[in-house]
Design a protein around this ligand. Structure first.
Ligand SMILES: NC(=O)N[C@@H](CC(=O)O)C(=O)O
Ligand SMILES: [Zn+2]
Ligand SMILES: [Zn+2]
Length: 348
C-alpha cells in the first residue's frame, strides 16, 4: 500500500502551552487533527470554566487561515475544586473533561491534588454530570521507584476510584505498562486509555543505553521492552478502549539539555506520520483509523469527523530541531529519524 486515507484524526491528550508558544504549537496540531483535548497544566493552571474560556480564545487566535480545529478544554483539579465548578463545566459546551495530576507527579503539577480521597465529592458530581476524569496515573511517594509509580497508582488509587464511582468515565492517560493495559482491559467500557508515540516507539534502553537521551525523557518514564510490547499490542488490537493521545509536550531545547532536564516529548509536527509508521511496521495499518479517528470520539460521545486525510509512503526525515518560542529551538521526537509516511492532504 502506498497511499493511506483515513478519517481526520483527533488528539485526545495535547499540551499547547500558552503565549508565544501557541504560534508554533497550534498550527503543528491543526495541520492534521480536527480536535484535541487540551491539557490545563499552565502556569498558573486552568482551574475554572472562565480560565478555560479565555485560554480557548488565545488558542483560536493562533489558528492559521483555512485550518478547522476545535480545542476541547479541560479543567485542572486541585484540592480546592468544588462540585459547583463541575456543574459549570458540564453546563458549558467547551469543557469536556477534568484532569487529575497528583501533586508533584509531572510538569506544572505543583497545584495538583495532595490527597485523592479529598476529591470524592467532586468525582461524585462528575459521575452525575457525566464529565470524564483524565488521570496522570503515578504516585509521588519518594519511596516508590520511578519505574513502579504507574502500577502502584493503579493499585492504590485508580481501582478504588473506579469501583466507588462505577459510572464515572475515566481515561488513564499516556499508559506505559502491561499492568495499565490489564487494568483497562479488565475494567468496564467507561474506562479507556491514551497511548503516545514515544511509548510505542521506544523503551528505556533507547533512552539510557550508550548515553542518556534527554529528548526521550517524559513522564511516565519509558519502561522495559515487555511493557512496550504490551502497549503495541493494545494499540493495534482494534479494542476501542485504546486511542490516540500524543502527549506532545514541548520544552525548549535548553530546558531539556541541562543537568536537570524537563519531562516531555514534542511530537505534534509529525504525530500522525509517527503513528502510521509504527502501525505499518506492526503490520496493522488497517487498525490506524479506529485508533486515531474513531474510538476517542466515541468515548467522549462526540461525533466522528467526516473529513479525510491522506498519507503517502515516502521517506520523511524529521529535522534535528525546529524554531520555538522567542529565539528558541526545540528538538522534536525522533529528530533525525526517517519515517515511512508523509501527510500529503491535510483535512479535506
Ligand atoms: N508527559 C510529560 O512528560 N510532560 C507533560 C506533563 C504530563 O503529561 O505528565 C508536560 O506538560 O510537559
Ligand atoms: Zn501526564
Ligand atoms: Zn501530558
Amino acid at each position: 500500500m502506498s497511499v493511506l486515507e483515513i478519517a481526520t484524526p483527533d488528539d485526545w491528550h495535547l499540551h499547547l502551552r500558552d503565549g508565544e508558544a501557541l504560534r508554533y504549537t497550534v498550527p503543528a496540531t491543526s495541520r492534521c487533527f480536527a480536535r484535541a483535548i487540551v491539557m490545563p497544566n499552565l502556569k498558573p493552571p486552568v482551574t475554572t470554566v472562565a480560565d478555560a474560556a479565555a485560554y480557548r480564545e488565545r488558542i483560536l487566535a493562533h489558528l492559521p487561515e483555512g485550518h478547522a480545529f476545535e480545542p476541547l478544554m479541560t479543567l485542572y483539579l486541585t484540592d480546592r475544586t468544588t462540585p459547583e465548578e463541575i456543574d459549570a463545566a458540564a453546563d458549558s459546551d467547551f469543557v469536556h473533561a477534568c484532569k487529575l495530576y497528583p501533586a508533584g507527579a509531572t510538569t506544572n503539577s505543583a497545584s495538583g491534588v495532595s490527597r485523592i480521597e479529598n476529591l470524592y465529592r467532586v468525582f461524585e458530581r462528575m459521575e452525575e454530570r457525566d464529565l470524564p476524569l483524565l488521570v496522570h496515573g503515578e504516585v509521588t511517594e519518594c519511596g516508590v521507584d520511578i519505574f513502579d509509580r504507574e502500577q502502584v497508582f493503579i493499585e492504590r488509587h485508580l481501582i478504588p476510584v473506579r469501583d466507588r464511582f462505577p459510572a464515572l468515565r475515566i481515561v488513564l492517560e499516556h499508559i506505559t505498562t502491561a499492568e495499565a493495559v490489564d487494568f483497562v482491559l479488565s475494567s468496564p467500557a467507561n474506562v479507556g486509555a491514551t497511548i503516545t508515540p514515544q511509548h510505542l516507539l521506544y523503551n528505556r534502553n533507547d533512552m539510557l543505553v550508550g548515553g542518556i537521551r534527554p529528548h526521550l525523557y517524559c513522564l511516565p518514564i519509558l519502561k522495559a521492552q515487555r511493557h512496550q510490547g504490551a502497549l503495541r499490542e493494545a494499540a493495534i488490537s482494534g479494542n476501542a478502549k485504546f486511542f490516540l493521545g500524543t502527549d506532545s509536550a514541548p520544552h525548549e531545547r535548553a530546558t531539556k539539555e541541562t543537568a536537570c532536564g524537563c519531562a516531555g516529548c514534542y511530537s505534534a509536527p509529525f504525530a500522525i506520520e509517527l503513528y502510521a509508521t509504527i502501525f505499518d511496521q506492526l503490520g496493522a495499518l488497517d487498525r490506524l483509523e479506529g485508533f486515531a479517528s474513531q474510538f476517542g470520539a466515541d468515548f467522549y460521545r462526540l461525533p466522528r469527523n467526516t473529513g479525510m486525510i491522506r498519507l503517502e509512503r515516502a521517506g520523511n526525515t524529521i529535522p534535528a530541531s525546529l524554531p520555538y518560542a522567542e529565539d528558541g529551538t526545540i528538538v522534536p521526537l525522533a529528530a533525525g529519524q526517517t519515517l515511512d509516511w508523509q501527510l500529503v492532504t491535510p483535512q479535506h
